[in-house]
Design a protein around this ligand. Structure first.
Ligand code: SF4
Ligand code: ZN
Ligand code: ZN
Length: 372
């Protein structure tokens, strides 16, 4: 007698679940995949009926599957959410321009409003021009800082309460490993938080926190979802690459390693001594965004670029060199001011690229560093 699906015992299994090793059929796979995300959402009480939620959409597998699953669960369980797609155009020729075409296709397939915000209009620089200026060593630092702020501002322009991102279990486990390797105890517990929100901040969460990357790929494959699978031409963060290879080795030896690492991170109770090192949060004097110094990280990086001292904004030492090199010359491009609680929901029913002007809210500190 042929082997049957370990869950329904009626259909023939067509896949082995990476997370559990169970041989299951396609319908059961879709059901357990979606139900686990639904349970994660319920347990963390991520949403309230009526919430306006932006899905950070890059056209890649994680955000494409997230958009599909969020729409499916919102309809199936009547969450009562108003969903939007929010994309950032970093200005990477041959990569982001193509992946944004995929997002536009997703917009039509899922019938969700889409907003696209570009680095060029917002910061006056594209990643192509930043790489030309600073080389390829620190490009992901610029990109990560600029993306985080652009996403928050885009969300504020849409008048949304909440941004969901496609960070998956592998990403979270990698971040835990990286914080261990760096000895960054203060961030160790926080980086596993499913949801981050401080006072007056836009909520950010990761509904795929416990979802394995391999299962996301399988889900996209069996659902025949359209996604863009090419890696960024400016190469991923090398440090994360080491953590990723290590995690893949652990997963090959024991699939539960990914979830175990996340649980370990969650279990890390960090005392006051460790968190004291995390700097107090301020408001950037130049652009109004959340900062740990007088200027936020994006303004500091931008000033370095504008003054032809490309990498100066990255380290504390470089920042001091920037300060020591005299007052900021007139005429440098700066980021438009980010006002608190001034947002009026825009008509986001079509694909628009905005200038970055206008409303906003402050954000939570960086707790994950996934490359785009
Ligand atoms: Fe930006 Fe990601 Fe490319 Fe780095 S790898 S430059 S973070 S899109
Ligand atoms: Zn089955
Ligand atoms: Zn700033």
């Amino acid at each position: 007698m042929p082997r049957l699906c370990a869950l329904c015992s009626t259909q023939r299994p067509i896949l082995k679940r990476p997370k559990t090793g169970q041989q299951i059929c396609k319908d059961c796979f879709f059901y357990v995949f979606e139900t686990e995300v639904h349970n994660t959402i319920l347990e963390a009480k991520l949403f309230q009926p009526g919430d306006r939620v932006a899905i950070g959409a890059s056209g890649g597998k994680d955000s494409t599957v997230l958009a599909h699953v969020m729409k499916t669960l919102n309809d199936r369980y009547d969450y009562g959410l108003e969903l939007f797609l929010l994309s950032i155009d970093e200005g990477i020729t041959g990569y982001r321009d193509d992946s944004l075409e995929t997002v536009k296709q997703n917009q039509k397939e899922y019938n969700l409003p889409l907003k696209i915000l570009s680095y060029n209009e917002f910061y006056g620089w594209t990643m192509d021009s930043i790489v030309e200026e600073v080389g390829r060593r620190n490009n992901c630092t610029f990109c990560g800082v600029f993306r985080r702020q652009a996403l928050d501002r885009g969300a504020a322009m849409l008048g949304v309460d909440h941004i969901v991102t496609g960070h998956n279990a592998d990403d979270v486990a990698e971040t835990v490993l990286m914080n261990i390797m760096r000895g960054d105890i203060a961030r160790l517990g926080r980086c596993t938080a499913i949801c981050t929100q401080g006072e007056d901040t836009i909520k950010r969460s990761k509904p795929f926190k416990y979802t394995y990357e391999k299962e996301i790929v399988m889900y996209a494959y069996f659902k025949r979802l359209t996604y863009f699978s090419t890696e960024c031409i400016y190469s991923p963060d090398a440090y994360r690459g080491h953590a990723r290879s290590f995690l893949k080795m652990l997963e090959a030896a024991r699939p539960s390693a990914i979830i175990d690492i996340i649980y370990s991170g969650e279990a890390c109770e960090v005392g006051e001594e460790a968190t004291k090192e995390l700097k107090e949060r301020k408001t950037c004097k130049r652009c109004g965004y959340i900062a740990s110094n007088d200027l936020c990280k994006a303004c500091t990086l931008l000033e370095g670029l504008e003054r032809g001292m490309g990498n100066a904004g990255i380290t504390d030492r470089g920042r001091k060199q920037l300060e020591a090199s005299g007052p900021t010359p007139d005429g440098l491009r700066t980021i438009p001011f980010f006002q608190m609680n001034a947002s009026t929901p825009t008509d986001a029913t079509s694909s628009v690229t905005t200038s970055g002007q206008g409303s906003g809210a402050r954000i939570s500190p960086v707790v994950d560093v996934s490359a785009g």
